[in-house]
Ligand binder design. Structure first.
Ligand code: CAA
Length: 256
């Protein structure tokens, strides 16, 4: 069977390409298992500092695999913990950048939203069309889309299945920025390479702190931020970063 994901490394950046072109990268169980295993492998690999996840020019991913889901009934999805393995990506400690071209629909949009940073090609189209299948988003879409773009747009998209193009997604804060399609992978790798020069500990803790903002109140979030910020003064990277600034030189992070 063809590999469902393709792996490349570019310096300290691990690139994962979803590879089911005939099905527009529909996210079937074997693909999600391969993806989860590779994410964990990159996370554990000291030679990798950041991860880029992408699809094809036509589709980042057109959602969960509808043909795989069709015969499933409630006991199957309940006892087999359907969707649980999708959440591996949310446990990755290194920064994960989604590079989205073409369709990011249903579970594809949800997968992109589980990444830390979303870059979009000008060809990207985002949507939660599950309502057309008689269901609702099941991998966090009702929650993450609403937190990202607000109730007005999330409710319209989820109830009607309407797609957003890249320009609207940028205006609505669903993506960090839009780039010309041919620049998508170079830009994502460049961002990954930039992150790879920074303190791995500070990046990991920064992710945790920002993600906390989605989970808690402002005062509790600020308390969490402080509890993550202060211990950074015990790290070699804090000394290196501040000394390098004072000495007008480039810092060399992650040396010990
Ligand atoms: N699952 C399974 N197969 C899919 C698929 C999906 N989500 N999306 C596309 N495909 C397959 C098509 O069946 C087709 O295969 P065949 O050639 O064997 O017929 C192939 O990919 C190409 O697709 P189209 O011919 O439909 O391509 P198009 O350019 O005409 O349309 C599209 C593109 C608008 C994305 C359309 O394919 C589409 O609407 N796809 C389904 C999108 C969707 O509903 N996603 C949500 C899934 S449910 C979900 O994700 C649940 C969750 O929250 C976890």
């Amino acid at each position: 069977m063809a590999e469902m994901i393709l792996i490349e490394t570019h310096g300290k950046v691990g690139l994962i390409r979803l590879n089911r072109p005939a099905a527009l990268n529909a996210l079937c169980d074997p693909l999600m298992a391969e993806l989860g295993a590779q994410l964990l492998a990159f996370d554990a690999d000291p030679a990798i500092a950041a991860i880029v996840l992408t699809g094809s020019e036509k589709a980042f991913a057109a959602g969960a695999d509808i043909k795989e889901m069709l015969p499933r009934r409630y006991p199957d999805v309940l006892f087999n913990d359907f969707i649980t393995q999708w959440e591996t990506i949310t446990r990755i400690k290194k920064p994960v950048i989604a590079a989205v071209a073409g369709f990011a629909l249903g579970g594809g949009c949800e997968l992109a939203m589980m990444c830390d940073i979303v870059l979009a090609a000008d060809t990207a189209k985002f949507g939660q069309p599950e309502i057309n299948l008689g269901v609702i988003p099941g991998a966090g879409g009702t929650q993450r889309l609403t937190r990202a773009v607000g109730k007005a747009k999330a409710m319209e998209m989820i109830l009607s299945g309407r797609m957003m193009d890249a320009a609207e997604a940028e205006r609505a804060n669903l993506v960090a920025r839009v780039v010309p399609a041919e620049q998508l992978i170079p830009e994502a790798l460049k961002l990954g390479e930039k992150l790879a020069t920074l303190s791995p500990v500070a990046l990991m803790v920064a992710k945790q702190a920002v993600n906390r903002a989605f989970e808690t109140t402002l005062s509790e979030g600020v308390r969490v931020e402080r509890s993550l910020f202060l211990p950074l003064f015990g790290t070699p990277d804090q000394q290196e970063g501040m000394a390098a600034f004072a000495e007008k030189r480039k810092p060399r992070f992650g040396q010990s």
